[in-house]
Ligand binder design. Sequence first.
Ligand code: SAH
Length: 270
Amino acid sequence: MEKSFDKVRPKKSLGQHFLHDQNTARKIVESLKVKEGANPVLEIGPGMGVLTQYLVTNDKLNLKLIEIDRDSVKYLHKHYPAMGENIVEGDFLAIELKKVFDSTFAIIGNFPYNISSQIFFKVLEHRDQVDQVVCMLQKEVADRIAEKPGSKTYGILSVLLQAYYTVQYLFKVPPGAFTPPPKVMSAVIRLERNQTVKLGCDEQLFVKVVKQGFNNRRKTLRNALKPLILPAEISSLKLLDKRAEQLSVEEFVHLTQLIESSRGTANTGV
Ligand code: SAH
């Protein structure tokens, strides 16, 4: 029997919770900062297009969609025929972003919550291309990303993202705004690329230090970083009395610089 594309039946495996609250959808789209000139935008997981419908009315945007679910893609082609090839059927985590846009671009979306951390790790890898992200995700994850040092929810993604992006927590969205309602609260955040091109330290080592530090977040950094085999002069630093969750981005950069120079691989920071 020919399937009807008047509605997509939500699939749990794809994290499909369709937003039905129009005010929230409009507010999310309005949270995207639109620049003078070109505004390439990639919407991740448009589903039945609740955000898309407001995005397409803004002719300042050069909009593309990436959606993994074939039923949703068919639905979108039917309801947004003018989008044509700008509707890409595929997995955001697998696509080559340089092929989607050869310039910088913004990302918007009500993210599939089950892969939101992976989406952010991909954004980080492509931080030279992704200049803004407006997204809805599980409130707990939004809190973590926006959190400042000193809190129990401050973690790896907070440090790594805040190193390159200014994060703004925007608003909460209750489960009742979706069909079917998720079990968790949701929240919308905006990330804007900051001025940092290079951190001024070995960036791979920085990621290692951050990850290792938070792996044992209740331990002092002196103990948590033991697997990195730090030289004695580093181990005696006062900074290592602290726990990872107490360190700002700048302090993590500083610590990485100290480890680097003690290993005799000083980076000039340019
Ligand atoms: N934006 C819609 C749907 C949100 S649900 C709304 O607000 O109603 C999340 C959407 O992401 C679903 O449509 C799901 O099919 C899609 N999705 C899940 N994994 C994806 C992936 N890896 N790449 C692209 N889209 C994905």
